[in-house]
Design a protein around this ligand. Structure first.
Ligand SMILES: [Zn+2]
Ligand SMILES: [Zn+2]
Length: 338
């Protein structure tokens, strides 16, 4: 089969590799759609834990082609999405439901081969049947949507709370979609440039702020005069996180949902201590795929404008280039396998 393989950080190529055989408990998926995520660039560049050589890709949908155990044979032929979390299902973390804390946790697309290929393996316990009317390319986006759902669950977000989102990449825009569906109020989306803010506006943001051109603090004082109840950083950038901490209402919540690439930042402790801020990490999310599919199926979340480029595996360099350069109007590039 054809697969895009990262041999080692910085070295990526399209190769012919063996079609994987599913072991017990796993399904082999014929990949139909696989979205390129900014996190995949971290795997390509060697800035995130991964095991090389690796086939990247963790945002996918497809059709079950084979299973490792005859007891799972009913899955064969079904259109699915699935969890990337390979865990033991036996330890205390797994039994508590928080399986991302499993000591033997390995993620597909990072430590195990992922979806930039014609076929991939995924654990049967994490499969969900794709709603028939949801296109494969949309279903592949249930992974980033699930990240947004997990973030709001951890934030204990409430109907009617004001919301600010820092970052208008696909995760920031998924946060906007979920915030809207939850009935959050006066949702403001901020990004450095206005290249991607048009879509945020179209998706129903109350206001957008391009921080290169506008004064963030002044604008937010005008938009949320009582301060902001919930602020989500979807950038992982220090300057953005500092702004989030400064703009939260007393007793408000700041969610850290962006990957910080191992960087450190300094904060004035009193800026968290005195206003009783809740600062919550949201880098690990699980058990959100089914809800993500349901929300898309019912039209409560509409990501149909997200897929802006459809590619074959041969066009991987162009796809990765788009994710790096993020041209105006670009959101997601998706590999489509016929
Ligand atoms: Zn992703
Ligand atoms: Zn476990």
């Amino acid at each position: 089969m054809r697969a895009i393989v990262i041999k080692k950080p910085g070295e990526i190529q399209l190769e012919q590799v063996a079609v994987p055989e599913p072991p017990k408990g796993f399904a082999r998926i014929r990949v139909k759609a696989a979205a390129i995520c900014a996190t995949d660039l971290e795997v390509i560049d060697g800035r995130i834990p991964a095991r090389y050589p690796v086939i990247p890709g963790h945002e996918w949908s497809g059709t079950v082609d084979a299973v490792g155990d005859s007891a799972d044979a009913h899955w064969v032929g079904k259109d699915v999405v699935g969890s990337n979390d390979v865990v033991c299902l036996k330890c205390e973390a797994c039994r508590s439901g928080n399986w991302r804390y499993c000591k033997s946790f390995e993620e597909i697309g990072f430590k195990r081969d992922g979806a930039y290929a014609e076929y991939m393996l995924a654990p049967v316990y994490g499969l969900y049947q794709k709603p028939e009317k949801l296109p494969f390319e949309q279903a592949a986006l249930c992974e980033p949507l699930g990240v947004a759902l997990g973030t709001f669950q951890k934030a204990q977000a409430r109907f009617g709370d004001t919301l600010m989102i820092m970052g208008a990449g696909s995760i920031g825009l998924c946060m906007l979609a979920v915030g809207k569906a939850m009935g959050m109020r006066r949702i403001v989306v901020c990004a450095s440039s206005d290249r991607r803010l048009a879509l945020a506006k179209k998706m129903g943001a109350y206001a957008v702020i391009a921080t290169e051109k506008q004064n963030l603090k002044e604008e937010m004082r005008r938009l949320h005069p009582d301060g902001t109840d919930l602020i989500i950083d979807a950038t992982g950038a220090e300057s953005c996180i500092q702004s989030c901490l400064a703009l939260a209402k007393k007793g408000g919540t700041v969610m850290l949902a962006g990957y910080g690439r191992g960087k450190e930042m300094s904060i004035r402790m009193d800026d968290i201590h005195i206003p009783n801020l809740h600062v919550i990490g949201a880098g690990n999310n699980w058990n959100t795929l089914k809800l993500a599919l349901n929300l898309m199926e019912d039209g409560m979340v509409d990501l149909s404008d997200f897929v802006t480029e459809r590619l074959s595996l041969e066009e991987y360099e162009r796809g990765i280039g788009l994710v790096r350069s993020r041209p105006a109007g670009f959101v997601k590039a998706v590999f489509i396998n016929g």
